[in-house]
Design a protein around this ligand. Structure first.
Ligand SMILES: Cc1cc2nc3c(=O)[nH]c(=O)nc-3n(C[C@H](O)[C@H](O)[C@H](O)COP(=O)(O)OP(=O)(O)OC[C@H]3O[C@@H](n4cnc5c(N)ncnc54)[C@H](O)[C@@H]3O)c2cc1C
Length: 402
């Protein structure tokens, strides 16, 4: 099999990067393949970091994304613990923090995202974000000391950490600026249900207030809120979203706008593609430029972008998935498919919000645009299929009612 490219460099050695190098080899690419990763670990899975690993029921050595023999068979030039610091598109070179400059024919950007931090965070022990295995283990070591926990942000990560801490019997206060949890992405009725789940489990949930500051001597002791109240805490976990890891691409000439901007086939420039949490691309199925921060997208886009890189622009198919995310909180498995906006039309089937077991269907301009489910996995997946078929909202409602 002959190839246009003799050497491919993948920057970012996590989920999207690993699935990309696997896809390249599967497709028969036998040229040089560099995989560069800032972390010193082999690629590992992040979802358990806010769940079983943090809880203590799974050990870090169980979260590897690949087995040693399979990984070795990929015949990679692997550089872990090495950050890429620059990109020269003209010369086709990636600069590394150790001063080396790697030439490439094809480049894949899979540098993911970093946890957003609160502005003016004081330099006190006990204040954490959660993105990496090292972050998780640092928080886990703190949980062993039975701290009072304050969680800033009631999005998926914050809510999962709250659930895990309650399962460990800790006092938890969760602070959210918006009126309900998940209010950015979902209507208030669903946010209210998630709030009720946490309150029933003993979480002190404070919505509609923001953090004004944090205090303590050496270690954090108090979180000050902007309504004048105080939350005593020995451990603070900040889960207020992520920022795409694009700083190393500044000045490269690639368009950066809350992610690496790609066309509908994941191409950012000639022989340069991006995938996973770092990539913003035009999803033609939804007619929307999007960046998706979820596991399944990193897998699917890593594979699609690898194909695109290998075969070039001729005949390239648009990458047009139906996004999917899950979140585990206590005994609830929450799942969402499609692109839901808080003001979409919503109808509930297969149970009810009161039972906390249901599927909510979302429609906009007569189309089914998304579905959200609680403890209804098989039913929800039906609607992912209907979304792939661009089903009208009426048809999904009729199917759900039958
Ligand atoms: C705690 C946690 C729980 C999650 N739970 C869920 C869940 O339940 N369901 C779900 O759908 N999704 C979940 N996610 C999201 C999911 O894990 C991400 O969408 C996925 O990891 C994205 O993969 P990625 O490869 O694009 O990026 P990342 O996993 O962020 O990997 C990017 C890699 O690139 C490296 N890197 C960054 N900059 C450089 C550089 N300049 N040079 C070299 N390397 C660099 C980083 O160190 C990192 O290893 C969770 C995420 C976290 C953090």
């Amino acid at each position: 099999m002959s190839h246009r490219l003799q050497s491919i460099t993948v920057v970012g050695a996590s989920l999207a990067g690993l699935r990309a190098v696997e896809a390249l080899r599967r497709a028969g690419y036998d040229g040089r393949l560099n995989l560069i990763g800032a972390e010193s670990h082999l690629p590992y899975d992040r979802p358990p970091l806010s769940k079983a690993v943090l809880q203590g029921s799974r050990e870090p050595d169980t979260v590897a994304l690949t087995q040693d023999e399979k990984f070795a068979a990929l015949e990679l030039d692997l550089r872990l613990g090495t950050r890429a610091t620059s990109l020269d598109l003209q010369e086709r070179r990636v600069g590394l923090e150790d001063g080396e400059s790697l030439p490439f024919d094809g480049l894949m950007i899979t540098t993911g995202a970093a946890a957003r931090t609160l502005p003016n965070t004081p330099d006190l022990a006990g204040i954490h974000t959660l993105r990496s295995l090292d972050d998780c283990l640092a928080i886990r070591a703190e949980l062993d000391r039975q701290p009072r926990v304050a969680i800033v942000g009631a999005g998926f990560i914050g809510a999962e950490v709250a659930a895990t801490c309650r399962e460990r019997g800790l006092d938890v206060t969760m602070i959210e600026t918006l009126p309900t949890p998940l209010a950015n992405a979902l209507p208030p009725a669903i946010g209210d249900m998630v709030a009720a789940v946490h309150r029933d489990q003993g979480v002190e949930l404070r919505c509609g207030v923001s953090v004004a500051g944090m205090r303590g001597s050496q270690r954090v002791e108090v979180v000050d809120l902007d309504d004048g109240s105080e939350v005593p805490a020995d451990l603070v976990v900040v889960g207020i979203g992520v920022v795409p890891e694009t700083s190393w691409l500044e000045g490269s000439g690639l368009e950066i706008a809350n992610g690496v901007v790609c066309d509908e086939t994941c191409a950012a420039a000639e022989d340069v593609v991006a995938a996973g949490d770092v990539a913003r691309w035009n999803n033609v199925r939804f007619g929307e430029s999007m960046r998706v921060e979820h596991w399944t997208n990193a897998v699917e886009q890593g594979e699609a972008a690898a194909e695109r890189l290998l075969h070039g622009p001729d005949g390239a198919e648009p990458f047009a998935p139906v996004p999917y995310v899950w979140s585990d909180q206590y005994d609830r498995k929450l799942m969402s498919v499609g692109r839901i906006r808080p003001d979409d039309e919503m109808q509930v089937f297969h149970g009810s919000l009161e039972e906390r077991r249901f599927v909510a269907l979302f429609g906009r301009d007569g189309q089914l645009v998304g579905a959200f489910g609680a403890n209804r996995a098989p039913q929800l997946m039906r609607y992912r299929r209907m979304l792939r078929e661009n089903a009208p909202f009426d048809e999904a409602v009729a199917q759900a009612s039958s």
